[in-house]
Design a binder for this molecule. Structure first.
Ligand code: PLP
Length: 308
């Protein structure tokens, strides 16, 4: 990532989800304004909600957060946090362009807004092109979060946070209060795994597999989806984000698709305001290409029957 970081700046956590909870514990007070992508990561919305903030949704465009909305959310130094996923965002699959990262970082510079940069999918990009993290632009203002879940195994529950010292001290106390420490057996297994295997080669392999599965999903959608359905073409990660034709309800698609043994996620829980009634998240990492093509064909029939 091109960052100059010492081991003291890294805390190993119980999955990266725990980072979000600990951030909530130490930083979020009722009524604090939190700027978040629209749509935003459901797990962050859930965990931050426990600390009763006011969410300020920022529309996500194909190149990243809408700059005007971003400026408005951050202006006047009123946002306590900005939470974002610049690489292959969950749920949209969108990756912020380098220009948009710079624009957002320029807006944030000089404010007291803390950037929570969630890089859960950073390693899963499908091309060699990578962009600087916010941590590079705003090292003292950014808490960078990562996970072993997407590249090794989610069940090990290992994540990490890279943070300036002041916040680290508070995080360590909050983590002790939460769980005393992370699972040492998992840490030792991961440590041995990283020592004994070529993790870069492993990541290249899963990138290749996921890229192929993404291509199959996109190709199947191009062949099958009815007029009026649109979707993102993610540069990495695990998800394609679908917008349905006007009047077609994502909840109905969800219910009907399930009857055909196809699981999709309706967009509604990814919105902190009213939204998502016409959007769906599709996952391409957990099925092989044959099942993806079959799944898209079944989904196509469901959408056609409901849009008719
Ligand atoms: C964007 C994002 N952040 C964090 C997490 C939490 O992952 P974990 O706790 O397994 O590291 C997820 C899981 O799906 C995610 O999509």
């Amino acid at each position: 990532m091109g960052l100059d970081v010492s081991p003291e700046e890294i805390l190993i956590t119980n999955g990266s989800q725990q980072c979000l909870d600990l951030i909530g514990k130490i930083l979020i007070y009722p009524g604090d304004r939190i700027a978040i992508e629209r749509p935003g990561y459901l797990g962050a919305i859930q965990v931050f909600s426990l600390y009763e903030p006011v969410f300020v949704p920022i529309e996500l465009q194909s190149g990243g957060p809408d700059p005007a909305a971003f400026e408005m959310a951050i202006a006047g130094d009123t946002a306590k946090l900005f939470y974002g996923i610049p690489n292959s965002q969950n749920p949209s699959g969108i990756t912020y362009s380098e220009k948009r990262r710079k624009t957002c970082a320029d807006i944030l510079a000089g404010t007291r807004t803390i950037v929570v940069e969630d890089d859960a999918y950073g390693e899963l990009r499908f091309s060699d092109r990578s962009y600087p993290p916010f941590k590079k632009y705003l090292p003292d203002q950014t808490l960078l979060i990562g996970s072993f879940s997407k590249i090794v195994a989610p069940g090990m529950r290992l994540g990490w946070i890279c943070t300036p010292q002041l916040i680290m001290d508070q995080l360590v106390v909050a983590k002790q209060a939460s769980d005393l420490h992370s699972n040492i057996l998992s840490e030792r297994i991961a440590s041995r795994y990283l020592a004994d295997t070529n993790i870069d080669a492993h990541i290249r392999k899963i990138r290749g597999v996921y890229r192929e599965q993404r291509d199959s999903m996109i190709a199947a959608m191009q062949n099958d989806m009815p007029e009026g359905v649109t979707w993102t073409k993610p540069e990495g990660g695990m998800f394609v984000w679908v917008t349905l034709p006007a009047g077609c309800s994502s909840m109905e698609v969800f219910t009907e698709a399930l009857k055909k043994q196809v699981a999709v996620l309706p967009g509604i829980p990814f919105y902190v305001d009213d939204g998502g009634t016409d959007t769906l998240r599709l996952n391409f990492s957990s099925s092989d290409t044959e099942r993806i093509v079959e799944g898209i064909q079944r989904l196509d029939r469901v959408i056609r029957s409901l849009a008719a």
